[in-house]
Design a protein around this ligand. Structure first.
Ligand code: DGT
Ligand code: CA
Ligand code: CA
Length: 574
């Protein structure tokens, strides 16, 4: 088991204890153990086998025993025991946004609710609103949440699927007789959410490879296994489809199973125009297979550029490839500085010094510090006097960082009326400011559009953060005329954020290309709060690539000097 899997189960124990209404200290001990294991920095299997678990602070005899059992057997008897009296589906209630263990406890104790269907019934007939701590508004919120859950059910974040996918791919490559293998489907196209994981392998012994695949460690169930394909449910609950083909079909199969379906249909039509046939077995002229060792060779038959997987959404990539006009897509290694970084001055976990060290160590040459402004009180937003104290610290930390620059920025809150949380005289003293909506989401599209356009028209706003406010699989974008907002960004030379945070990936790639076409510039930013957020950059670059962006479209591909010049030129032009 991975540390994350062990941590998830400890977290679940804590939740079950809370749902059962047991001593809150007990639940807290499990939550804290979960965090400890997740951040251990060492493989938990090793800690257990070396008998070093009990050396970890907070790990008494009982906890050590339970975690050892879990790591060595994959099960924890104690969890089964405490779940025993509860309805089986009760934990699925936690998947509804804003429903935590305490609410589940109230729902269960007062109304006997143990499943999403029962929760929906109680919310629909008004019983939920009458419970303590609830009301009409929270009841309606729960119905919305259920609707969202149903819509996205089964899909998961790219960031949650990529680790297991790459792990299983590595294992498949080790199976005897596998000549080559790769990811395919939406995960290879870097779609923001993934239905299932598709993997393709080439082998002369397809049945043997499928069998070995279904027997891999971590496979929970095998819904289907045949001679050339198999489907497994891999821990924790992700479906993986494997398809095994002969090596001569590999290129065509890789193309076919990468999709998207719409892209495939268009390519097949192109083949027909040439008098050929294209399917998952190959490209055929009559009965003759046109040889293609890899996808590049396959595209070459059509006299077109090889299309990167991220672009295969049938949004014009085939036409562009035929004209030799595909973009030279931005790459993660092109990014020179990290943007939208929170520190412990607001709700980030890292000090300025640690940020400098961590970011420099990753090979970047600058970062754009952007804590919250004062209106965001729950995130400890900075008052004007704290801003000034922060600048003093920036200067001190900066002194000890050679060939590395910290830009003084702020994530300034956009108020309901579109004004900003600081006045212009303060904003003008930052190197850069990033405007964002954090509250008052429930307004009409007209009001929200006017609000954001007013904000980006302020000359001291340089970047618009997470332009639609969505949280993938959790919260819909707010109602807004995004085209009008993007036009205003382009008109005012305000860069549009592509948040690399796996839960946001906002701006959505579907709007990125159009925004570029009207002249918008972008930053691929992190919205980092934790050390681990510093490693999410590739997810944002994936969105930029899906949006056809090149290095020149992404401002934080500039060097620190160029980035500084661009900011000061812009302000000088005011
Ligand atoms: P997902 O799993 O919902 O995130 O999306 P995909 O794109 O991975 O879809 P999936 O797993 O159903 O199928 C994998 C690929 O197989 C898909 O991207 C294209 C190809 N494919 C599936 N069904 C069809 C089809 O009916 N026609 C064509 N041309 N290709 C298909
Ligand atoms: Ca798929
Ligand atoms: Ca599939």
């Amino acid at each position: 088991m991975t540390n994350k899997e062990v941590a998830d189960i400890l977290e679940r124990v804590g939740q079950v204890l809370e749902i059962r209404g047991e001593n809150p200290f007990k639940a807290r001990a499990y939550y804290s153990a979960a965090r400890t294991i997740e951040n251990l920095g060492e493989d938990i299997n090793r800690t257990v086998s070396e008998g070093a678990l009990s050396d970890i602070p907070g790990f008494g005899e009982a906890l050590t025993k339970k975690v050892t059992e879990l790591v060595t057997t994959g099960r924890m008897g104690y969890l089964d025991e405490i779940m025993e009296p509860l309805p089986e589906g009760i934990l699925t209630l936690l998947k509804i946004p804003d429903v935590g263990p305490k609410k589940v406890r109230v729902f269960y104790d007062s109304l006997g609710i143990g499943s999403i269907d029962e929760l929906e019934e109680a919310a629909s007939d008004g019983r939920l609103a009458k419970l303590a701590g609830m009301g009409e508004k929270s009841q309606a919120g729960i119905l919305d949440g259920i609707r969202l859950y149903r819509r996205y059910q089964g899909r998961r974040l790219l960031s949650d699927a990529l680790g297991p996918a790459e792990h299983v791919l590595r294992e498949i490559k080790k199976i005897a007789g596998v000549k080559r293998a790769s990811l395919a489907g939406s995960i290879r196209r870097r779609l923001e959410t993934i239905g299932d994981i598709d993997i393709l392998a080439a082998s002369d012994d397809a049945p043997g490879v499928v069998r070995a695949f279904t027997e891999l460690d971590g496979v929970e169930r095998v819904p289907a296994a045949g001679d050339t394909k198999g489907t497994v449910i891999f821990a924790p609950g992700i479906q993986i489809d494997l398809r095994v083909v002969e090596d001569r079909s590999y290129a065509a199969a890789r193309h076919y199973f990468t999709g998207s379906k719409e892209h495939n249909i268009h390519m097949r039509r192109l083949a027909v125009e040439h008098g050929w046939k294209l399917n998952e077995y190959g490209l055929f002229d009559g009965d003759t297979m046109l040889p293609a060792r890899d996808e590049e060779a396959l595209f070459a038959h059509f006299v077109m550029e090889a299309i990167p997987p991220e672009l295969r959404e049938n949004t014009g990539e085939i036409e562009a490839a035929l004209r030799g006009k595909l973009p030279d897509l931005v790459e993660t290694k092109n990014v020179r500085g990290l943007v939208h970084i929170h520190s412990s001055w607001s709700d980030g976990k890292m000090s300025l010094q640690e940020l400098g060290r961590q970011i420099k160590r990753r090979g970047f040459t600058y970062f754009v510090l952007s804590d919250h402004s004062k209106a965001v009180t729950i995130a400890n937003g900075l008052t004007e006097s704290r801003v000034r104290r922060q600048w003093e610290e920036v200067a001190r930390v900066q002194e000890h960082l050679s060939r590395f620059r910290i830009f003084r920025s702020i994530e300034v809150d956009i108020m309901r009326d579109g004004s900003l949380d600081y006045d212009d005289s303060l904003l003008s003293q930052f190197d850069c400011s990033i405007a964002a909506v954090h509250s008052g989401f429930a307004m009409s599209s007209q009001e929200m559009t006017a609000r954001i356009i007013k904000a980006v028209s302020n000359p001291y706003v340089d970047i618009l953060a997470h332009p639609t406010g969505r949280l993938l699989l959790q919260r819909e974008p707010y109602a807004v005329d995004i085209e009008a907002v993007l036009q205003a960004c382009a008109d005012n030379d305000v860069a549009v954020e592509i948040s690399a945070h796996p839960l946001r990936l906002d701006l959505d790639w579907r709007y990125v290309k159009a925004a570029k076409d009207i002249g918008a510039k972008f930053v691929v930013s992190l919205d980092a709060h934790d050390p681990e957020d510093l490693d999410y950059l590739a997810f944002g670059v994936g969105v930029a690539r899906k949006g056809w962006l090149e290095k020149a479209d992404v401002l934080n591909c500039l060097t620190a000097q160029q980035f500084a010049k661009r900011l000061s030129d812009r302000r000088r032009g005011l």
